[in-house]
Write a protein of this length. Sequence first.
Length: 307
Amino acid sequence: MGTRFVGWGMAVPDKIVTNDDLSKTLETSDEWISERTGIRQRHIGGTTTELGTLAGRRAMEDANVKPEDIDFVILATTTPDRMAPSTAALIQAELGLTCPALDVNAACAGFPYAVRVAQGLIETGTKRILLIGAETLSRWVDWTDRNVAVLLADGAGATVMEYSETENDIRSFVLGASGVDADLLTCDHGSYFFMDGKEVFRRAVRVVVDSASEAIQKAGITPADISLMIPHQANIRIIQAASERLGIPMENAVITLDRYGNTSSASIPMAFWHARDEGRVKKGEYALMTGFGAGMTWASSVLKWSM
Ligand code: UT7
């Protein structure tokens, strides 16, 4: 018995902001942003509820399930629409669900953290869960601060997870947090995101490599068995450094940050959606998802596709 992923969805706002658009108002350039980060454009707009609802509906359609089939909805987000209620509750209403609803905030590691929570619920009797990662980071960006404005963006991704008598897609998990590093990447009430980019970069590579190595070992496989790496989409150089140190070729990594920038909790499920859409999710093969972010938090998990 175990947990299976049975459907995927994603959504982004219509408005695209290119690097050239940003360089009209900020002292930056397309050359700097694309060379240092890999980002070329991002989508901006909407609310977390709107984007999460759209991605969630698409995942439910993809899984061919109706509102009454969903027993729990979990939203991973760093940018809830209100302090209370949870944005998961707002999405629950929009989707016509009647199940429990819960927000999870583990910043850019939010999606794998939420998968771990969902797995625990499924192992203890919950049958089917709609799990969404949705963010509207642009509302918490100081658009005159080039350190952050060129990176963060909006979007949502979603999946349906369900109990299976015969299959188990989740093979290992390694989660961590280091609250003493809270001020490296932070956003206070009524304020904007602040990031010590250099330090976050250094730590990100270290925690991704350490947690991913441990997750691979726990799953009883080697890096050579990983055919798909689905990393949090913060910076192409972080992904390249991790890929090199882990010994997982860059061709196996899913890269979407060129189109969407850093969408925090949404980046991993959006990358999953693209991987599946491009036919890269293959039955019987292993995938690694890995994320890190404000907290600091980090999470790596090895998955094996059953469908
Ligand atoms: O998702 C959560 C986690 N977040 C992350 O993972 C982000 C981690 N950090 C990063 O991705 C990178 O550190 C940044 C993209 C934020 C910065 O890249 P970097 O290669 O570390 O650049 P830097 O901070 O060392 O800055 C290099 C130069 C500096 O100029 P000088 O001192 O060499 O003259 C900066 O002032 O680039 C300058 N600079 C910029 N120039 C144009 C910094 N930001 C910009 C900018 N446009 N947006």
